[in-house]
Design a protein around this ligand. Structure first.
Ligand SMILES: Nc1ncnc2c1ncn2[C@@H]1O[C@H](COP(=O)(O)OP(=O)(O)OP(=O)(O)O)[C@@H](O)[C@H]1O
Length: 703
C-alpha cells in the first residue's frame, strides 16, 4: 500500500483463525474504579497501626522505600489479615500453582517434542523462539486538523504575560530554602509551565493552567504556594491557608510527598494529608493543629468540614484543583460545590490539568477572579516524546486481546509497563493469568484496600514488580519514574482518558511508548486520537502464529486460573464471616457500655445521596431502586453471570465504555444537564460566608 493512499483508519489484518477459548471467570463485578465519589466515614484497619503514635499522620507517613512507619502500617495490616484467616496472597497462590505445574512439566519434558507447549521457562524460551518472527510496523499517517478558525478570545480570561523560558530557578523570586530543596532533588531550571506559572501565582492571581502530562505542574503550583507561606507567615493564630484537591488518594499522597521534598530545608510549614482510606482519627488530630497546607480528596475533606469541630476552610488563601477538569466533572459536582461554598471568597484559585475542557469554563466564570489563561499546550496534546502504536483487533476476534497482551509482555515489553483495563475484574484476571506465565505482576484498582494499593505502587516504583495492571484509577497524575510502556487492553472512554493513560510514560522529557489494542467498535476514538497526533502513529502487527501460540498457552492455563479463583472465593467467604462476627461482637460491646460513636454528618441527606448515586450510575440495571421490572431483574442476573469466554470478557469491558459514552452523548444533548452543569445557579444559593474572629479582613474585591 503506498503511503499516499494509506487510510489512517484502514486497519491492517492481523488475525485469521477462528478458535474460541472457553474460559470460566469467577471474579467479581466491574464497578466504577476511581476514588469513590462519596467517602463514607468508617473505621479503618490503619487506625490500630497508628493509634497513639502520631497526631500528624503526614509527618509520619512516607511513600518512600525506607519509611519505618509506613512499613509498620503495612506489616500490621498483613498481621491483621493473617490472623483473620487469609491463607496466602494472590502471588503466593500463583507461585504454588506454578511450582506444581513445573514439577509436572519436568516429568513430561522428555516426551514432549514441541517447546512451544512447554511452559517450564516460558518467557525466556518464547523470547528466543520467536525472535526470528518480528512484529511488522507500518506508519500511520496523521490527518492534519484543518482548523484555521479564529477562535474567539474568551472575554473572561486575561492574557498571560510572556515568560522567559531560559531562566533558571535561582533567577526567579524564590527563597533560599526552596532553591536548596530544588537543587537537592536535582532540579535547576523550570519547565515552561513552571516558568509561566510561578511569577503570576506569586502575584496572587487566579489562573487556569494547561500543559501536557509529565511537564511538572505539581512543582508549578507548589513553589508559589510555599514561597507565599515562607514570605508571608500567618499574622495571628495558626490556620489552614492552603487547600489542594486531587481526585485520587494516590495522587494526593504523591503531591504531599513533593511538598515534603520541597520543604526539607524549611521548619515552619506544616502539612496534612487528608484522603479516604487512611486513618480518620489521626487525620482529625492533625487537622486540630491547623496545618498550613491540606492535601485532600473531596469526600474526606467534606467529612472533616462537618465532623472535625475545629477544622474550617474560612481562612483558605489558596485553593488548587489538580486534575481540575476531573474535579469539576459530574462525579465531583456536588462535592466541589460544597467545598467551594465553604472556602473563603478572598482566596486565590489555581486550576491545573493536561486536559482543560469547556466544562471548566462554567466554573471559572463564577469562582475565578479575572483568571489568567496559561495554556502551554493545547488540551489534547500528548507528551512530546511519546511514540503511539496501535494493534488492530478484527471483528469477531475480540477474544485475541488477552493473547496479544501476553505476547507483547513476554516477547517484547518486559518491564516498567502499565497495562490499563477497564474493569477491576479484568485487572485481577490478568494479574493471575500473567502471573501464571511467570511475569512479575501487580494490580491497582478500587477493590483493594488502601494499604494494598499503596503497597502495590511502592513495589512497582521499587521495580519489585515489572508490570502493573490498573484501571483508570492510575490514569491521572501518577508520576512513576521510568515507565517505558503503557498498554491499553481496550481504548478508554474518551480521548481525555486516553491522554492521561498514555501520559504515565514519556514524562519529564523522557521517551516512552503506548500500545493500544483497537477493535472495530473503537474506530471513532482511534480517529480522534490520530487527529491529535503530531508525530505519525504506528501500526503494530503481531504475526498470527504468535497469537495462536499464546491463545493455546492461555487455554492451557484455564484450569489453574479457575483453581486460584476458587481458593480466593473460599478465603473471601471465611473473611466475610469473620468480619460479621467482629461487627456483632463490637455491637454487643457497645450496647453493654452504651459507648456508641456519634453519628457522622454529611452535607447531603441520605435521600439526596442515593439520588445522586442513581444519577451517576453507569449500569442502569445495577440500581438501588427498590421496584424493578422483570426485564431489569433479568438483566441484573445476566450481569452477575461470569463471562465464560475471552470474547465475553472483552464484551463486558466494552459495555462499560459504551455506557459511559452513551451517557456523555445524552448529557451533551440534554438541556437539563446543561443547566445543571452550571455552577452559576448553584452558587447563587451559596451559604452566607462564616468568618471566624481571627480571620484576616477581606482585602480583595468580592467575587
Ligand atoms: N524543572 C524540572 N526539571 C526537570 N524535571 C522536573 C522539573 N519539574 C518537575 N520535574 C519532574 O517531572 C515529573 C513530572 O512532574 P509532575 O508529576 O508534576 O507532572 P504533571 O504535569 O503534573 O503530570 P500529569 O499531568 O500527569 O499530572 C516529575 O518526576 C518531576 O520530578
Amino acid at each position: 500500500m503506498s503511503r499516499q493512499n494509506f487510510d489512517p483508519l484502514a486497519l491492517i489484518p492481523t488475525i485469521d483463525d477462528d478458535d474460541e477459548n472457553d474460559v470460566p471467570d469467577l471474579d467479581g463485578s466491574g464497578d466504577e474504579d476511581e476514588d469513590e465519589m462519596i467517602e463514607k466515614p468508617r473505621a479503618h484497619k490503619l487506625a490500630q497501626a497508628t493509634k497513639g503514635k502520631s497526631i500528624d499522620f503526614n509527618e509520619q507517613f512516607q511513600f518512600l522505600l525506607d519509611d519505618p512507619d509506613e512499613k509498620k502500617i503495612l506489616n500490621d495490616n498483613d498481621d491483621q489479615l493473617k490472623s483473620r484467616g487469609q491463607l496466602s496472597t494472590i502471588d503466593e497462590k500463583i507461585a504454588q500453582i506454578r511450582n506444581r505445574r513445573q514439577k509436572k512439566n519436568k516429568s513430561e519434558v522428555e516426551d514432549e517434542q514441541s517447546s512451544t507447549n512447554n511452559l517450564e521457562d516460558e518467557s525466556y524460551e518464547m523470547e528466543i523462539e520467536h525472535e526470528s518472527i518480528t512484529d511488522k510496523m507500518k506508519i500511520k499517517e496523521t490527518k492534519k486538523k484543518k482548523s484555521s478558525k479564529n477562535k474567539k478570545q474568551d472575554e473572561f480570561f486575561e492574557e498571560s504575560p510572556p515568560f522567559n523560558p531560559d531562566q533558571v530557578f535561582s533567577e526567579m523570586k524564590i527563597s533560599r530554602p526552596l532553591l536548596k530543596a530544588l537543587s537537592a532533588i536535582g532540579l535547576h531550571s523550570p519547565t515552561p509551565i513552571q516558568a509561566a506559572t510561578v511569577p503570576i501565582a506569586l502575584l496572587g492571581r487566579d489562573l487556569c493552567a494547561c500543559a501536557v502530562t509529565g511537564s511538572g505542574k505539581t512543582i508549578a503550583f507548589a513553589l508559589p504556594i510555599l514561597e507565599r507561606l515562607l514570605y508571608k507567615p500567618h499574622q495571628t493564630a495558626p490556620c489552614t491557608r492552603v487547600l489542594i484537591l486531587a481526585p485520587t488518594r494516590e495522587l494526593c499522597v504523591q503531591i504531599h510527598q513533593v511538598f515534603r521534598q520541597l520543604t526539607q530545608f524549611t521548619h515552619n510549614i506544616n502539612m496534612c494529608l487528608s484522603t479516604g482510606g487512611l486513618d480518620l482519627k489521626s487525620q482529625e488530630a492533625a487537622l486540630r493543629l491547623q496545618p498550613d497546607i491540606v492535601v485532600a480528596t473531596p469526600g474526606r475533606l467534606i467529612d472533616h468540614i462537618h465532623n472535625s469541630p475545629s477544622f474550617t476552610l474560612q481562612n483558605i488563601e489558596i485553593l488548587v484543583l489538580d486534575e481540575a477538569d476531573r474535579m469539576l466533572d459530574e462525579y465531583y459536582f456536588e462535592q466541589m460545590k460544597e467545598v467551594i461554598t465553604n472556602c473563603s471568597r478572598t482566596r486565590q484559585t489555581m486550576l491545573f490539568s493536561a486536559t482543560m475542557t469547556d466544562q471548566i469554563k462554567d466554573l471559572i466564570q463564577v469562582s475565578l477572579n479575572r483568571p489568567i489563561r496559561l495554556f502551554i499546550d493545547d488540551n489534547q496534546s500528548v507528551a512530546p516524546y511519546l511514540r503511539q502504536e496501535f494493534i488492530r483487533i478484527r471483528e469477531h476476534r475480540e477474544g485475541d486481546r488477552e493473547a496479544i497482551t501476553a505476547a507483547l509482555l513476554i516477547r517484547t515489553f518486559h518491564d516498567r509497563v502499565i497495562v490499563f483495563a477497564q474493569t477491576k475484574r479484568q485487572c485481577h484476571r490478568m494479574h493471575v493469568m500473567l502471573g501464571l506465565l511467570g511475569l512479575k505482576i501487580g494490580e491497582l484498582h478500587g477493590d483493594l484496600s488502601q494499604t494494598q494499593r499503596l503497597d502495590t505502587l511502592k513495589r512497582f516504583k521499587n521495580e519489585e514488580i515489572d508490570i502493573l495492571i490498573a484501571t483508570d484509577l492510575a490514569a491521572r497524575g501518577l508520576d512513576i519514574e521510568n515507565v517505558k510502556t503503557v498498554i491499553n487492553f481496550i481504548l478508554p472512554n474518551t480521548l481525555k482518558h486516553y491522554i492521561h493513560r498514555v501520559g504515565r510514560t514519556a514524562r519529564a522529557g523522557k521517551t516512552g511508548r503506548s500500545i493500544s489494542l483497537v477493535g472495530e467498535n473503537e474506530r471513532h476514538l482511534l480517529k480522534d486520537v490520530l487527529k491529535t497526533c503530531k508525530v505519525p502513529a504506528k501500526m503494530r502487527i503481531i504475526p498470527q502464529e504468535i497469537i495462536q501460540i499464546f491463545r493455546n498457552k492461555l487455554e492451557e492455563l484455564e484450569p489453574d486460573i479457575e483453581e486460584i479463583f476458587k481458593m480466593e472465593y473460599g478465603e473471601k467467604m471465611i473473611q466475610s464471616c469473620e468480619t460479621q462476627l467482629d461487627k456483632a461482637e463490637k455491637h454487643l460491646k457497645q450496647n453493654k457500655t452504651n459507648d456508641t460513636n456519634p453519628k457522622r454528618e454529611w452535607f447531603q441527606t441520605r435521600n439526596e445521596r442515593l439520588q445522586e448515586q442513581e444519577k451517576l450510575r453507569l449500569d442502569p440495571y445495577n440500581s438501588t431502586k427498590k421496584k424493578l421490572s422483570k426485564e431489569e431483574r433479568e438483566q441484573i442476573q445476566k450481569n452477575k453471570s461470569i463471562p465464560k469466554t475471552a470474547d465475553d470478557r472483552v464484551k463486558f469491558e466494552m459495555q462499560k465504555v459504551e455506557r459511559f459514552q452513551t451517557r456523555q452523548i445524552e448529557k451533551k444533548t440534554s438541556k437539563r444537564s446543561r443547566e445543571s452543569s452550571s455552577f452559576e445557579n448553584d452558587l447563587t444559593k451559596e451559604k452566607p460566608q462564616r468568618r471566624s474572629k481571627s480571620a484576616p479582613p477581606i482585602k480583595k474585591s468580592k467575587r
